[in-house]
Design a protein around this ligand. Structure first.
Ligand code: FAD
Length: 287
């Protein structure tokens, strides 16, 4: 099923992101997480694709198959293009079709030291365009950035670049994580004014690991509001305390988003089914 269908009724779509574990036993390692996530009945689960990962030996697709074939939840496969040429993207798309995958998050990918870039694709809109013109019948989603993409200082220009992806065929946008909802509302209003009319689902992530959050904010450019920083400072070294406080923050963020009629909630689950369960339980009477 195409994920864009979930956004057609008026109920916000609930989705989770997971990433492939690094070890060779990745399928066995991830299955208990997938089992619990599937039991929470999300509309879909997206699976990241690591820059420089092998297209021929594609863990993202293996995990997507597990989610779809054994747990009957719709997967969304992340696909990046900066480090791949057209032949590799063709192979990726063929694998998706072979296993009945209908949903792809088309991304440029991050620049990583030591990972060589190829030259067929410079931006994500070119990947979307390539998939559409190649005749693939995918529902294509794109990434978006409530605080602006870190490489583009001018937010309006960033939104115009975002529109290129939608014009190329993205039928849904999923946002980068943010910790202050005001960024999302301002971004949403600018996107709508610019003529971006596809569903835009906010991505949120709990603060349950201080070091990880600090790393993430450097790589993705999300800023930490004072209320959030106080939680990290106060409970950063208290594992259980940070989990409870971080979950309370996440739930209040989600409730505010839902009260503002967002299209959905996309949880960066960090492969933590306990986080997803706590969030879903807290929202059960709200969605
Ligand atoms: P683009 O849309 O290409 O934008 C990148 C930059 O180029 C922006 O500054 C934009 O303003 C500018 N730009 C875009 N188009 C043009 C144009 N036509 N002309 C001039 N400038 C342009 N990374 C991974 O490696 N694997 C993942 O699985 C992954 N999952 C993600 C999931 C989500 C929901 C999000 C939001 C991001 C994810 N990322 C992932 C990170 C993403 O790859 C990086 O943020 C990357 O730096 C940008 O990707 P993009 O597709 O948004 O790029």
């Amino acid at each position: 099923m195409k994920i864009s269908e979930f956004y057609k009724d008026h109920k916000p779509a609930i989705s989770f992101e997971i990433f492939p574990p690094k070890r060779d036993s990745y399928l066995k390692d991830i299955e208990p997480t997938v089992e619990i996530l599937a039991d929470l009945k999300p509309d879909y689960i997206s699976i990241t694709f690591g820059a420089g990962g092998s297209v021929a030996d594609n863990r993202t697709i293996d995990i997507a198959r597990l989610i779809k074939e054994k747990y009957h939840v719709e997967p969304m496969v992340h696909m990046t293009c900066l480090n791949y040429d057209k032949n590799e993207i063709d192979l990726f798309a063929r694998q998706m079709e072979e296993y009945g995958m209908e949903n792809v998050l088309a991304l440029r990918g991050d620049r990583r030291e030591g990972v060589p870039e190829k030259h067929d694709f410079k931006y994500a809109n070119e990947l979307t365009d390539y998939l559409v013109s190649g005749g693939h019948d995918f529902c294509i989603a794109g990434g978006c950035y409530p605080e602006g993409h870190p490489e583009c200082q001018d937010k309006e220009k960033d939104i115009l670049n975002l529109k290129k992806k939608v014009d190329a065929g993205d039928s849904l946008l999923i946002s980068q994580l943010f910790f202050d909802n005001r960024f999302f509302y301002d971004f949403l209003s600018l996107a709508r004014k610019t003529g971006i009319n596809v569903p835009i689902t906010p991505g949120i992530m709990p603060v349950i690991n201080k070091a990880q959050i600090e790393r993430m904010t450097v790589t993705c450019g999300a800023s930490l509001p004072p209320r959030f920083r106080r939680i990290m400072d106060r409970y950063g070294d208290n594992k259980e305390g940070l989990f409870d406080a971080g979950m309370a923050y996440l739930v209040s963020q989600a409730i505010d988003l839902l009260a503002n009629d967002v299209d959905g909630i996309h949880l960066y689950s960090m492969n933590r089914p306990d986080v997803a369960r706590r969030l879903v339980d807290s929202l059960k009477n709200l969605v």
